[in-house]
Design a protein around this ligand. Structure first.
Ligand SMILES: Nc1ncnc2c1ncn2[C@@H]1O[C@H](COP(=O)(O)OP(=O)(O)OP(=O)(O)O)[C@@H](O)[C@H]1O
Length: 759
């Protein structure tokens, strides 16, 4: 008891020490706000005195200070989250953040009797704060001086003696957890021995209940993850790692790091491509919590094309066709063939120079073929089509050769062109014969099986053609349709811009029209949002769950980063694409010949060892020889197996198992079913509250829950050729508890274990 109290007292004292530091940080920030306000008033009073540059700098300072305080007050639960106590370094050089730059300890930093004095203490937080004398009160987590907080290990401690994670809420420090990097050392700070509190912040973070949004991991980034986050953004950074190794977390932190490190270079924006809208909403809070917003767009694969938000999936046989690079040949034909719709006119008749001139079908066909022999996008070929039509009509007009003087001849021709091309009959004909095609229009044309058969000849077999046409006849877009739209957009060329909204016209004031059409200045923020929405190319592209992109999706994503650097994270063992080799080839094509830097993440932070072990059995079937990541913790809770008795009601069983899991964990429960059961599963769970969600197997990608119920492994595995890998994804979603519910098809043994999960 007495010993416990002593520990508490040391812990309380250390909390007090950190509280004092946090108070000092807030005092300093408030000072900065006052300074900034003073400068602002001063600037206003002096009016135009001062160079424009100085005024802009002042504004920027006020703006930054305002953002800091606002964030500190409103958003961050743990603004200050870390501290490192370091030995004296080899030299006394300070970096721009005020910290000593030396990575290695000075030769005499450790005395022969293994004692040492702490030479520098740094606090790490979400943004950097300097004291009035430019000494660092808080180091930004992305600054070079913060790297030892993440990189230092007992094997390679560098200058770090003690690494401390500080937990705080608002302005109050709640707790501290220490790790000693040099446990053999007796270090003193200001003459007193360095105390050590708690037993590891990582485990505390991993054991916490999950909500429906991802948390940042800024206070517990591990060394192998830090290497990826801070890797220089040259060409392509390729990161592989099994489920739960932090790939998504690392990708998001890397975006924040790149912006911090070189904001100007990434002013062209960073795009994060996510497989599903569910994963987008799960992850979109992370960057704001790291102090980054605005420059990063997180988009689902089904939402990369403006105006096409798709979140439904085709059946696997259809998505296999739509995702395959064979579609490229089909789309090329369709983009041209769609010009000849059922309503395409077969005769052009105009009157010029008092004569009736006609072009009949064979001539029209020849002209069309001639125009299409070019490689330009179809919509951009329209002016050429118009010119060749006029040439052909002129040749019939009898005017050719009427003048031998070239100037007169040219004049005659130009008046012919003007006459004909303003004639309603000609204009109407051109619109119908060479219409402005839209990607959506061509996709609709492909829904006609007969026409699609023509365009897909020798590329798709008749069965595939039928399936594809049938799926395109369904209303709405599927996720895989979006990549086709994007391809068509390129093949067709940008249609003429829609007419701009009416501009503000001062003359309107005289007519009183302005009252009917309110004119409002666009705000800065609206402008930024509009520009972001209009952006089609980015300075850096991060692809999450990259193993799932189909060849056609790689082409779509590739177009958004033609001049970009890339971070590509994925796990081939979780690929839901039937032909991973084909997808890898498409990926390589999209990324071009840029050099790759490869990293591997090897530790599973999500699943307890008990769940990871079970999942590894499916991995062995799905990808024999592939190693599973090492689980970092164990809970002692084994997965639960239960089988549906003969004639039993699946809905009732799912509901009751979900209820059981809800009672066993504090946070979220995910119920994963085969894709075609997704709608009914949502009904089965109705009324159980928002801690539980039903997911189709493909939607579970990237997400995690405190507990997961996997319904019928066999149904999930049989869904598609990639079914075993999809099942592997489903089994690796849980942070605490897993239940597997088998049906008849799973051939469960007496203990309810389905045959796919037996040894
Ligand atoms: N260093 C860390 N500290 C604390 N938590 C971590 C750390 N690294 C990863 N995690 C947690 O582990 C879980 C898995 O991370 P994440 O979703 O990024 O993994 P992933 O590799 O993308 O997984 P999957 O391939 O299954 O989608 C998350 O809850 C994440 O917050």
């Amino acid at each position: 008891m007495a010993a416990q109290e002593a520990v508490d007292t040391v812990a309380d004292r250390e909390i007090g020490v950190e509280q004092e530091h946090l108070d000092q940080v807030y005092r300093r920030l408030e000072e900065k706000i006052h300074e900034a306000e003073f400068l602002m008033n001063d600037a206003a009073q002096k009016g135009h005195v001062g160079t424009p540059g100085a005024l802009a700098e002042r504004d920027a300072q006020v703006f930054r200070a305002g953002i800091h305080l606002n964030r500190l007050n409103n958003e961050f639960e743990d603004f200050l989250f870390g501290r490192i106590d370091l030995l004296y370094g080899k030299d006394g050089v300070r970096g721009p953040d005020g910290a000593y730059t030396s990575v290695e300890p000075a030769d005499d930093a450790i005395r022969p009797d293994n004692t040492a004095e702490i030479g520098e203490t740094l606090h790490i937080g979400r943004i950097g704060v300097l004291d009035a004398d430019y000494s660092p009160l808080v180091i930004d987590w992305r600054a070079p001086a913060a790297a030892p907080f993440y990189r230092s290990t007992p094997v390679e401690p560098g200058r770090v003696v003690r690494r401390r994670v500080i937990r705080s809420k608002g302005r109050r420090v709640l707790g501290v957890e220490d790790d000693l990097m040099r446990p053999e050392l007796r270090a003193t700070l200001g003459g007193a021995e360095l105390p050590v509190i708690g037993d590891g912040a990582l485990m505390a973070a991993l054991g916490q209940a999950r909500s429906h949004s991802m948390r940042d991991i800024v206070s517990s980034i591990q060394a192998e993850q830090d290497l990826v986050i801070r890797a220089p953004a040259a060409s392509v950074t390729y990161v592989e790692g099994g489920p739960g190794t932090g790939k998504t977390a690392v990708a998001l932190h890397r975006a924040a790091y790149l912006l911090y490190q070189d904001r100007r270079r990434y002013s062209g924006g960073i795009l994060i491509v996510s497989p599903t809208p569910l994963l987008v909403s799960y992850t979109e809070g992370v960057l704001p919590s790291l102090g980054e917003e605005g420059q990063v767009a997180i988009r689902a694969l089904g939402g990369l094309v403006d105006g096409a938000e798709a979140d439904v999936y085709d059946e696997p046989a259809v998505s296999r066709i739509k995702g395959s690079s064979r579609m490229l040949a089909v789309l090329r034909k369709a983009a041209r063939g769609a010009l000849e719709g059922p309503a395409a006119p077969r005769l052009l008749r105009v009157v010029a120079f008092g004569r009736r001139l006609e072009l009949e079908e064979p001539e029209l066909r020849r002209i069309r073929q001639n125009v299409l022999s070019g490689t330009a996008p179809v919509n951009l070929l329209r002016p050429r089509a118009r010119r060749l039509l006029l040439d052909a009509l002129y040749a019939k007009s009898g005017a050719v050769g009427r003048h031998s003087d070239p100037e007169l001849a040219a004049e005659l021709r130009s008046s012919f062109d003007e006459d004909v091309s303003t004639e309603d009959a000609f204009l109407g004909f051109l619109d119908a014969w060479w219409p402005e095609l839209t990607p959506r229009g061509v996709l609709d044309a492909m829904a006609d099986e007969r026409r699609l058969g023509r365009w897909a000849r020798r590329v798709l077999n008749p069965g595939e053609t039928r399936r594809l046409a049938r799926s395109l006849r369904r209303p709405g877009l599927s996720v895989h349709d979006v990549a086709l739209l994007d391809e068509l957009h390129t093949l067709l060329g940008a249609p003429a811009r829609p007419k701009r909204k009416r501009e503000y016209d001062p003359l309107d004031q005289l007519t009183g029209l302005e009252e009917l059409m309110p004119v409002r200045e666009e705000t800065q923020r609206e402008r930024a949002e509009r520009l972001a929405a209009e952006r089609t190319e980015y300075a850096h592209v991060i692809v999450d769950e990259a193993q799932d992109l189909t060849p056609m999706q790689w082409r779509m994503v590739g177009r958004r980063g033609r001049h970009a650097t890339w971070t590509v994270v994925g796990d081939p063992a979780q690929s839901s694409w039937s032909d991973p080799d084909e997808a890898a080839a498409a990926r390589d094509e999209a990324l071009g010949s840029r050099p790759r830097r490869r990293f591997e993440l090897t530790v599973n932070y999500r699943n307890p060892a008990e769940i990871a072990e079970l999942a590894a059995k499916v991995l062995a079937l799905a990808m024999p020889g592939k190693e599973a990541p090492r689980a970092v913790r164990s809970t002692g809770v084994e997965p639960r197996f239960t089988a549906l008795g003969e004639g039993a009601d699946l809905a009732a069983a799912v509901r009751s198992e979900a209820e059981r899991l809800l009672a066993s964990v504090e946070g979220t429960v995910g119920v994963v079913v085969a894709m075609d059961r997704r709608a009914e599963a949502a009904r089965w769970l109705a009324g159980l509250g928002d801690r539980v969600v039903a997911l189709g197997s493909l939607e579970a990608k990237g997400l995690e829950y405190d507990a997961t119920l996997v319904v019928s492994p066999a149904e999930i595995a049989d869904e598609s050729p990639a079914g075993l890998r999809v099942l592997y994804v489903a089994l690796t979603r849980s942070t605490q508890a897993l239940t597997v519910l088998s049906g008849e098809r799973d051939l469960p043994d007496a203990a309810g274990v389905p045959d796919l999960l037996r040894d």
